[in-house]
Design a protein around this ligand. Sequence first.
Ligand code: KG4
Ligand code: ZN
Length: 347
Amino acid sequence: MIVLGIETSCDETAAAVVSADRRILSNVVHSQLEDHAPHGGVVPEIAARAHLEAVNRVVDAAMRQAGAGWDDLGGIAATAGPGLIGGVMVGLMTGKALAAYHGLPFIGVNHLEGHALSPRLSHGVEFPYLLLLVSGGHTQILLAEDVGAYTLLGSTMDDAAGECFDKSAKLLGLPQPGGPALEALAALCADPAAAASRFSLPQPLAGRAGCDFSFSGLKTAMREAIDRLTTDQGTVAQSDAADLAAALQQAVAGHLAARLDRVFKTCPRRPTALVAAGGVASNRAVRAALEALAARHGLAFVAPPADLCTDNGAMIAWAGLERLIRGEVSPMDIAARPRWPLDEKQV
Ligand code: KG4
Ligand code: ZN
């Protein structure tokens, strides 16, 4: 079976076709970066309009690159939330309309489940696995026991990890999204360990019980460090900025690993692997810290390739496919949801 997936929940208009034997036949992403750049962040109204303009073209490209006709599809999946509601509605309506017109089953996908199941598309990971979901909007630890069965074991008390990177990058005058820009800047630092001790950024919640995260203290520490480094001309020397970027990466990676480490004591089942998904999971310092943690616990570490970590249509097609294979279909009146937690038991 092959499925078309459509993703429009934030600032990427994306569509992809994937097969049940885990082949990605196409994966088209149209980024709205240029539309939002003058505003310094994603503007929901601009995003919705840009999705509307791009979605048909992106879907056509995904179908063409996959060499697929509508009759070849076993179904159509689209993100139904959570996200910026105007954008979600554009993708959801497009998916529903195409499914109705072509007489295909439709499935509305939780964007977070798209991220959560992406390591099954890339690596065929078996349930149950320990999942660190780290994106621009979420930082959560979940035990993924089955499709639709997630237990929340920890989450951020304030900002998401991606937000911490984005806001720090902004303070350093870097373009958005800040994470990749900050990683590129950090790559210029010759000695990350020395940089970390030079700034000694705080270790959030060190020694505190539980498995939750906090990133707001790091953000404040970054602002103070940047103020100290700023010259009379109002600039920060590139070598200082690179050191600070490297120190922040170490601090975020260390915090994620330290809090995850605590989960192993309380995790109700022995996981098959430690899995990271979401945009921040493409960061190499973060990956290295998690890989070392997994090795200490005798587990494999799995993270999808970078283009499956950031928002994409393939993960939506795959999550839809996993549900369609289990015999699920969404009603055509399924609504767009701005909020949609993965573990509904917690709400
Ligand atoms: O999963 P995603 O594409 O969208 C959301 O659902 O949020 O994640 C976007 C977030 C942004 O905060 C971005 O700065 C961050 O992921 N990100 C990174 C990297 N690539 C993306 N953060 C750190 N290092 C990266 N290489
Ligand atoms: Zn996402």
